[in-house]
Design a protein around this ligand. Structure first.
Ligand code: ADP
Ligand code: MG
Length: 253
């Protein structure tokens, strides 16, 4: 997609859990080649929105369009094929397997329920292609020197980056990340931020869910702020940071 083209769009998305309205009439969009942060205090509804946007969950009402088409009823493998890829808030790596195997298996099994290596039955040509692609993504995110190390031996910040390499293996144009910086040390956060900027430079759009406002400032192009399931502000990082409604949400939350 051309830079600036709207690739992901939430239209009037509402998600109820019984009497609780976790997402209330949410509208937002992501443009090709930009980093958008979805921020807000804990419990604001960010992860729920992330699940609606990535097609893991279905809105009670409203719809999500990816490249102009509703994602409703499409499986995650199909959505990955269309060019949207997500990483998970809780690292789900196979710790005893190598970095390379983690990305290769992730690429092959993306979208299926099973993560069992025994389900990985491929002909040799296909296997070689997947390993080549996995190695390329590992180099791309800067983990080349750890290619054959056990995933579980990596520092937490490197494991998060490995998760991103796994998400990249389906060759997306949009990456969705739910709190990738959570629990990381400052140096690790900086490395993660640098990687996101590099990917953006290569034309990738990124939607980042984050509750740490400091992490997104200086990194992202635009910010959408949520509180109590609703959008309370939207704009450039500098504008949003000064918005009284946003400051109140963060201080009160
Ligand atoms: P955030 O990611 O911003 O911290 P969440 O989207 O996780 O917020 O949660 C928003 C609200 O929705 C919370 O009150 C949470 O308890 C509720 N919630 C989230 N998922 C579910 C669910 N599957 N069932 C019931 N309530 C949920
Ligand atoms: Mg969350």
């Amino acid at each position: 997609p051309a830079a600036g083209e709207v690739i992901l769009e939430a239209k009037n998305v509402t998600r109820r859990f019984g009497g609780l309205v976790a997402n209330n009439d949410m509208n937002l969009h992501v443009e090709a080649g930009e980093i958008l942060a979805l921020i807000g205090p804990n419990g604001a509804g960010k992860s729920t929105m992330f699940n609606q946007l990535s097609g893991v969950d279905t809105p009670t009402s409203g719809e999500v369009l990816f490249r102009g088409k509703s994602i409703a009823g499409h499986g995650s493998r199909e959505i990955a094929h269309l060019g949207m890829s997500r990483s998970f808030q809780h690292v789900r790596l196979l710790p005893k397997m190598s970095v390379l195997e983690n990305v290769a298996i992730g690429a092959h099994l993306r979208g299926t329920k099973s993560v069992l290596p025994s389900a990985w039955r491929l002909d040799r040509v296909e296997e070689a292609r997947i390993l080549r692609e996995a190695a390329f993504q590992i180099e791309r995110v800067g983990l080349g020197e750890f290619m054959h190390a056990e995933a579980g031996s990596l520092a937490l910040g490197q494991q998060r980056i490995l998760e991103i390499a796994r998400a990249l293996a389906s060759d997306p144009c949009l990456l969705l990340l739910d709190e990738p910086a959570a629990g990381l040390r400052l140096k690790e956060k900086q490395a993660l931020g640098e990687l996101m900027k590099k990917l953006r430079g290569e034309g990738m759009a990124i939607l980042l869910v984050e509750h740490d406002m400091d992490f997104v400032m200086g990194l992202v192009d635009r910010v959408v702020v949520m509180e109590f399931g609703q959008k309370i502000a939207e704009g450039l990082p500098d504008e949003v940071q000064k918005n009284p409604r946003v400051l109140e949400a963060y201080l009160g939350g």
